[in-house]
Design a protein around this ligand. Structure first.
Ligand SMILES: NC(=O)c1ccc[n+]([C@@H]2O[C@H](COP(=O)([O-])OP(=O)(O)OC[C@H]3O[C@@H](n4cnc5c(N)ncnc54)[C@H](O)[C@@H]3O)[C@@H](O)[C@H]2O)c1
Ligand SMILES: [Zn+2]
Ligand SMILES: [Zn+2]
Length: 406
């Protein structure tokens, strides 16, 4: 039987490529596996040979030691691959299919799945609603930054690319369908972005850049991206966004210079709980900075899309309240302006087919927008390190050399 190499979190600041077991259709005990999931049989699953598996800012929260992720956890929730084996109960997915996997694991049978809320499936994680591959507190499904991975409820979860050869021509773009493109798009949709909107997106990491490309696709008049990383801001300008440098001061003032008015129609938080402050506070972590500034600069009656991640437990937080995930939010301001808020995991399945079609028919160039950069699986530790230092890149691991071959 084939072996399996995978990227594991081995302690604060460090990941390592390890030999792990080749997947099968049972959940085995291991780091981060919920006891109630051990022994669970998943004959509705498929095994994928991974073609592309991306490193995400969500992984960085774990690797920076800002979650309760256990050492030895195999990482990776952004998976694109070829089906090499199907479980006994799989009906409509076949060996040889090239598929995108939503990072959310969903059963397709529970109340939330039936309502399209696949980010909070009730049946896949004994700890709480919602699950993902290779993630802390998500049930213990083995991560996909690996040569091979098992994907449960395959008939429901995977998106098959209609034409294999055409898909391989755009594989770096399609690799963004497992998470950041739908996530950025969802951030914009839930912020109300439409034709003619003015949009402020906090964060020029891959999710912020994907949100910016999404806002353009949705017809926004002006897309403004904020960050304090000059290289990432330059990346946002490379495809037509306006930018603000939040280390220079409050984004609201710079937005007024761009738009002539100090407010936008739609606000998107693509930063999350590790947010830095603005202006003189830019050196310090201020976990509520983005949410408070979005309430300040989004018009009354507007909406905030909040894909940026907030946690229920943060061992690295600066104060006791934040350690429990409690932040000092100026909720009165949002209330006074009748803001709507949408938080949580993106329900990828709601968007991935449409966005696949937009990619395949050249309506959007998401890989260029986020500067998708393939690297061998063996170089994952370097990818993590450079990404952590703020490289303006989305690292895509290439476990079988299939990306470099293209
Ligand atoms: N909701 C979901 O389904 C979902 C999916 C994927 C990622 N995420 C989350 O989205 C967030 C972004 O992901 P990413 O991969 O782009 O991460 P990232 O860490 O690469 O990017 C975050 C960026 O925010 C910038 N930043 C920090 N403070 C800021 C501020 N006050 N204003 C503006 N920018 C600021 C940082 O410099 C960095 O460039 C993370 O929290 C991630 O966990 C959520
Ligand atoms: Zn991700
Ligand atoms: Zn479900």
């Amino acid at each position: 039987m084939a072996g399996n190499k995978a990227v594991a979190y081995v302690g604060k600041g460090t990941v390592e490529v390890q030999d792990i077991d080749y997947p099968d259709f049972v959940l085995h005990d291991g780091p981060g596996v919920n006891k109630a999931n051990v022994g669970r049989e998943v004959h509705h699953g498929v095994i994928l040979k991974n073609v592309a598996t991306n490193i995400c800012g969500s992984d960085q929260h774990m690797v920076r030691g800002r979650t309760t992720a256990p050492e030895g956890l195999v990482l990776g929730h952004e998976i694109t691959g070829e089906v090499v084996e199907t479980g006994r109960d799989v009906e409509f997915v076949h060996v040889g299919d090239l598929v995108s996997v939503p990072f959310n694991i969903a059963c397709g049978r529970c109340r939330n799945c039936k309502e399209g809320k696949t980010g909070i499936c009730l049946n896949v994680n004994p700890d709480r609603p919602g699950s993902a591959y290779g993630y802390v507190d998500m049930g213990g499904w083995v991560g996909g930054q690996a040569e091979y991975v098992m994907v449960p409820y395959a008939d429901w979860n995977v998106l098959k690319f209609p034409d294999r050869d055409r898909a391989m021509e755009k594989i770096l773009d399609l690799a963004m369908l497992s998470d950041i493109f739908p996530t950025g798009f969802h951030g914009c949709v839930s912020a109300g972005v439409t034709v003619g909107s003015t949009v402020y997106i906090a964060g020029a990491g891959p999710v912020g850049l994907a949100a910016a490309a999404s806002a353009q696709l949705l017809g926004a008049a002006v897309v403004i991206v904020g960050d304090l990383n000059p290289e990432r801001l330059a990346q946002a300008r490379s495809f037509g966004c306006e930018t603000v440098d939040v280390s220079q001061g409050d984004p609201k003032e710079q937005i007024a210079e761009i738009l002539g008015v100090p407010e936008v129609d739609c606000g998107v938080d693509a930063v999350g709980f590790e947010a830095r402050g603005h202006g003189r506070d830019a050196e310090t972590e201020k976990p509520a900075a983005v949410l408070n500034s979005l309430m300040d600069l989004t018009r009354a009656g507007g909406a905030l899309g909040i894909p940026g991640l907030y946690v229920t437990g943060d061992p690295g937080a600066a104060d006791e309240a934040a350690r429990q995930g409690s932040l000092s939010l100026r909720i009165g301001l949002g209330w006074a302006k009748s803001h709507a808020f949408t938080t949580g995991q993106c329900p990828v399945m709601r968007y991935h087919r449409q966005l696949m079609m937009a990619i395949l028919h050249d309506r959007v160039h998401i890989a260029d927008a986020v500067n998708a950069t393939p690297i061998p699986l063996a170089e994952a530790p370097r990818g993590y390190e450079e990404f952590d230092q703020g490289a303006a890149r989305k690292y895509v691991l290439d476990p079988h050399g299939l990306l470099s071959a293209h």
